[in-house]
Each structure stands twice: as structure tokens, then as C-alpha cells.
Design a protein around this ligand. Structure first.
Ligand code: NAD
Length: 250
């Protein structure tokens, strides 16, 4: 059984990942800054007999993550850097504070958690890091200037970490989802398109050739595979899971 750390594990894609690893008997430590939901998810999974521990942490703070990591065993098999936030705006109308916050969570969050996980992965004589990227990293989604910037950085960090720690038997890969129906999407639509959520949801879903948004479980399955021994020859790769958005574009 593997020791697994998942960030942003209380909602959406992270929650599906937390559930999948827990239901398969792994020891799951999930970090989130949403304490109420974290405790609720922990209770639900523990009642079903799974080994899970919720740890409160803000991934943008090294101090906060270090406090959480103190409760994680000395050896770690898998780190999933999933926590992330979104933002709408282009170069002209992105506020400095929004740019900085996006960077702190989406980019620095991968740095803090990976740096603190590294000694535990090394103590384990190897393991896997899976970073949640986005198709935005490759194509720069319209009106997602700061968000695309952060996901570009996630992809670069994945490659850099994969290269630097390949000799330590640590594999690093990232996943680039297209649009996946999670609270992240619902919150985004409510905030930016109040009263037009339904139309905008359909519009976003229609941008994917498969004609719908993905489910969190469809992303979790790939995370699980990349963390497994079946993926032992895979490092430094990015996987688009996007209903054909990238592969079938004209
Ligand atoms: P979500 O909002 O449903 O879940 C994100 C989780 O991360 C929440 O539980 C939230 O509390 C937590 N979180 C956010 N900031 C945090 C912080 N500073 N410290 C600790 N926890 C924090 O979002 P989601 O849709 O499940 O997205 C998960 C990841 O997938 C993100 O990195 C996102 O960029 C990426 N992604 C999502 C989509 C999509 O369409 N949903 C597409 C591409 C990429």
C-alpha cells in the first residue's frame, strides 16, 4: 500500500483522486485550506473503513505546508500537486494582486509541496509526482492570462523535476485537463457570468469535440495510472485529457 499526498483533495478533481486512492486501500493524506469540507470528506471516508487523514494547509505558504508535512510518515510513494485557483482576465485588465495570488497558489504551491515531499520520496527510494496542469499551458486560453502563465510554469517545473530526480527513481509527470465539471467551474461561472451560468456552461462544454465536460473521475483514473508501477517507464510527460480539444483541433 502506498503513502499518498494529494493537495486540494477536498473538492472536485482532488476529491475524486482522494476517493480513488482511499478506496484502493492506500494511505491517503490530503491537504486543503477548506477545513470544513476537508473534515467532512475525512469523516465520510473513515466511516467507510478507509485510511485517510485530512491536513489543513495553504499550499502557497511553506510554513503552513511544513506543519502539515510533519504529520506525514517519513517515506512517501506519491505526491499529487492538484490544488489550484482560476482567474479571468487578459494582460490589460489583470490586477497585480490577482497575478501574484495566482502565482502563489498555482506555481509556488507546487514548489512548496514538492520540495517538502522530496526527502520523503528519496527515503522511499523513489516514487511519483503528478502535477495538475491544464490545456491552458500549451495554448494560452483566451482571457486567462495569469492562469495560463501559472500552468505553463507547472509544465516547466514538471520537466525540470523529472530531469533532476530521474536518478533517484522519482518520476514526474503532469496532466492537462480540458474542461472538467467541478465546483471550480461552477464558482467561475457564478462569479463571472451571473444569470447566464447555464448558457455559458453549454458553450464551454461545446468547445470540446466530445461534446461535454469531463468528470473528475476521468482525470483521477489517469493520476492513479501514472502513480502505479504500470507507469514505471513514464517520466517527463504531459497528458491531455480533454475530450479531443487538443488532438482534434483544426
Ligand atoms: P476545485 O475548486 O473544485 O478544487 C480545488 C481544491 O483546491 C479546493 O478544495 C480548494 O479548497 C483547494 N485549494 C485552492 N487553493 C488552495 C490553497 N492555497 N491551499 C490548499 N488548498 C487549496 O477545482 P478543480 O476543478 O477540481 O481543479 C483542480 C485542479 O485542476 C486545479 O489545479 C485546476 O487548475 C486544474 N484544472 C481544472 C480544470 C477544470 O475544468 N475543472 C481544467 C484544467 C485544470
Amino acid at each position: 500500500m502506498k503513502n499518498v499526498v494529494i493537495t486540494g483533495g477536498a473538492s472536485g478533481i482532488g476529491l475524486a483522486i482522494t476517493r480513488l486512492f482511499a478506496r484502493n486501500g492506500h494511505h491517503v493524506f490530503f491537504l486543503d485550506y477548506n477545513v470544513a469540507t476537508g473534515i467532512e470528506v475525512e469523516r465520510e471516508l473513515m466511516e467507510s473503513g478507509h485510511t485517510v487523514k485530512f491536513l489543513e494547509a495553504d499550499v502557497s505558504s511553506m510554513e503552513s505546508v511544513a506543519k502539515a508535512f510533519a504529520s506525514i510518515p517519513p517515506t512517501l510513494d506519491v505526491l499529487v500537486n492538484n490544488a489550484g485557483i482560476s482567474h479571468i482576465g487578459n494582460l490589460e485588465n489583470t490586477a497585480e494582486s490577482d497575478f501574484e495570488r495566482l502565482f502563489q497558489v498555482n506555481v509556488k504551491g507546487v514548489f512548496t509541496c514538492s520540495q517538502l515531499a522530496l526527502p520523503k520520496l528519496k527515503a522511499n527510494k523513489g516514487g511519483a509526482i503528478i502535477n495538475m496542469c491544464s490545456v491552458a499551458a500549451t495554448i494560452g486560453l483566451p482571457d486567462r492570462f495569469a492562469y495560463s502563465m501559472t500552468k505553463g510554469a507547472v509544465m516547466s517545473m514538471t520537466l525540470s523535476m523529472a530531469r533532476d530526480f530521474v536518478a533517484d527513481n522519482i518520476r514526474c509527470n503532469c496532466i492537462s485537463p480540458g474542461r472538467v465539471h467541478t465546483p471550480f467551474v461552477d464558482g467561475f461561472l457564478a462569479k463571472n457570468y451571473p444569470g447566464q451560468e447555464k448558457e455559458m456552461f453549454a458553450k464551454l462544454a461545446a468547445t470540446q469535440p466530445i461534446g461535454r465536460m469531463g468528470t473528475p473521475e476521468e482525470i483521477a483514473g489517469m493520476v492513479y495510472y501514472l502513480a502505479s508501477d504500470q507507469a514505471s517507464f513514464i517520466t517527463g510527460s504531459n497528458y491531455n485529457i480533454d475530450g479531443g480539444f487538443m488532438g482534434l483541433k483544426m
